[in-house]
Design a binder for this molecule. Structure first.
Ligand SMILES: Nc1nc2c(c(=O)[nH]1)N[C@H]1C(S)=C(S)[C@@H](COP(=O)(O)O)O[C@H]1N2
Ligand SMILES: [Mo]
Length: 503
């Protein structure tokens, strides 16, 4: 079997790919930011997928969407690796060519990332070179040709393949673990806010199964385009306010902490949230009002938008008046529920703007604010099909009982959450099957900027299957939109309902 069986050829391809990826992960350690090929290609894919595909991924995989993407990419790489092994010939290195193409794809994806330096191409290119070398050696071995080094020549095919596998795994493991450890961000002492906001005792109805009024950081939904959480050192962090301003403002983190800080309880919602979905949360933020910083820069009369940028290149366009309005506390937040922002939620500084969906307002890992105009600049999601302006839509959801719950006849507690940030929720109504809408009891709220809990006592009399519906009315008397619509382009509408059965 002069050229080796197909099994050993395919194995050669796999081993070569493994070593290539391992070496690349190890090299990525030396280069700040994103540079592992799987991560940069993933980030590139995230940027080019159409918005419906992103919504599909969020619906299907939830907060595991990034894991799913990585698993998918590794799957593709392994398939191509098998193919590379099968195609490689001593005289016709088709498999090597395939690995080289993958290396170039990785390098190209790397340079498209925000803040990419020339060095970011190295992990992909050198990783691919190492992979090609191993593939060549293994295929030569299989074809009975002599290997260049006596040391290698004495080994069997399986010994060589085993050695490359061990090297690849070790390099990859070291690369990944060290990168993760170094990304465990250092902390700072949270500034003391000059005003606190107290949460009324009746805000949390304390119903088992209902989301708590304040969402713990660990349970707060996370949505962003970042495959690897940006690592920001507060010592070198700077905020730049520029564009249509009288004077540019540049601020260090230490200077930011010296600004007057306030505490606000504010609920965030993602535009991708489906009717009844979980992409909303409520936290106690500490931050400085953005209006004060903009006033210091002096914004031009002609400006109507602020384009905020993240360290990883993400941008959001927020109407200027939402940020300068003295009645709306748009914050540059540094604290979340009593701790510095967790890395996934924007450490060290993010925006939080009452009443606007996260994608147009809540930029995490914030580094700059450009005062500009909607007709001059576009934010990340605008060319991808989402609306330029996106106030949060009035919504309500049933959390208790769970869908398809099996209930006993008698009194059933129905409870959930409703929100209309910066307008306020005035009432919530529940309907059973084709019955009449009936008023639910409402939890208290600290302000119109948070979600509101509600509960309803249902006397379940008839056994069988039942539907429970919910709708809310906001503080301006507007009833929730009943037509079902998916999130694109500016937020889902429709009444949440669940099916339950009564014994
Ligand atoms: N840098 C950055 N900030 C971002 C995003 C992003 O992709 N990158 N996504 C936005 C979206 S779509 C939402 S809904 C909120 C979510 O904030 P959270 O992850 O802290 O819940 O962050 C916003 N800020
Ligand atoms: Mo979002």
């Amino acid at each position: 079997m002069k050229h080796g069986g197909w099994f050993k050829r395919a194995l050669s391809g796999l081993v070569a790919a493994l070593l290539a990826l391992g070496i690349a992960e190890l090299l990525a350690l030396l280069i700040p930011g994103l540079s592992s090929p799987v991560t940069v290609v993933g980030a590139f894919v995230v940027d080019i997928v159409p918005p419906w595909a992103k919504d599909f991924a969020i619906d299907t995989f939830g907060t595991n969407d990034k894991l799913a993407l990585t698993v998918g990419l590794v799957g593709v790489i392994l398939l191509v690796a098998l193919l590379a092994g099968l195609l490689e010939r001593v005289k016709l290195p088709l498999g090597s060519a395939l690995i080289a193409i993958f290396g170039v794809v990785g390098a190209v994806a790397a340079v498209t990332r925000a803040n990419a330096s020339g060095w970011t191409v190295l992990p992909s290119l050198l990783g691919a070179a190492a992979g090609i070398l191993v593939l060549r050696l293994l295929i030569r071995k299989l074809s009975g040709a002599k290997l260049p080094l006596e040391l290698l020549d004495r080994r069997s095919f399986l010994q060589l393949a085993g050695l490359a596998t061990v090297l690849g795994l070790a390099a990859g493991a070291v690369g990944r673990t060290v990168k993760q450890v170094s990304s465990a961000v250092t902390n700072f002492v949270l500034p003391t806010p000059k005003t606190r906001e107290s949460i009324p005792a009746g805000a949390d109805l304390k119903i088992p199964g209902l989301s708590p009024f304040v969402t713990p950081n660990a349970d707060f939904y996370r949505i962003d385009t970042a495959l690897q959480v940006p690592q920001i050192d507060t010592a070198s962090w700077q905020l730049r306010i520029f564009g249509m301003v009288d004077r540019e403002v540049t601020m260090s983190f230490a200077e930011l902490l010296e600004q007057p800080m306030i505490e606000r309880v504010l609920s965030l919602t993602c535009v991708s949230n489906q009717v009844g979905g979980k992409l909303a949360g409520n936290a106690v933020w500490i931050g400085t009002p953005i209006r004060d910083l903009l006033a210091r820069a002096g914004v031009s009369q002609d400006a109507d938008m602020v384009l905020s940028s993240s360290q990883d290149g993400y941008t959001a366009s927020t109407p200027l008046d939402a940020l300068t309005d003295p009645g709306r506390d748009a914050l540059l937040a540094v604290g979340m529920n009593g701790t510095p922002l967790p890395p996934e939620h924007g450490y060290p500084v993010r925006m939080v703007v009452p009443g606007l969906y996260g994608y147009v307002s809540a930029t995490k890992w914030l580094v700059s604010l450009e005062v500009t105009r909607f007709d001059r600049k576009q934010a990340y999601w605008t060319p991808r099909g989402y609306a330029e302006k996106a106030p949060i839509k009035l919504a309500s959801r049933i959390e208790v009982p769970g869908p398809f719950a099996k209930l006993d006849k008698g009194s059933v507690v129905v409870a959930g959450t409703a929100w209309a940030q910066h307008t306020g929720v005035a009432s919530v109504e529940v309907k059973i099957d084709d019955g009449a809408w009936q008023k639910a009891d409402l939890g208290e709220v600290p302000s119109k900027d948070t979600w509101r809990q509600w509960r309803f006592n249902w006397q379940a009399q008839e056994s069988g299957n039942h539907y429970i519906y919910v709708r809310a009315t906001d503080a301006q008397g507007r009833v929730q939109e009943s037509t079902n619509h998916y999130p694109l382009p500016d937020g889902a509408t429709g009444f949440h309902n669940i099916a339950v059965s009564v014994n």
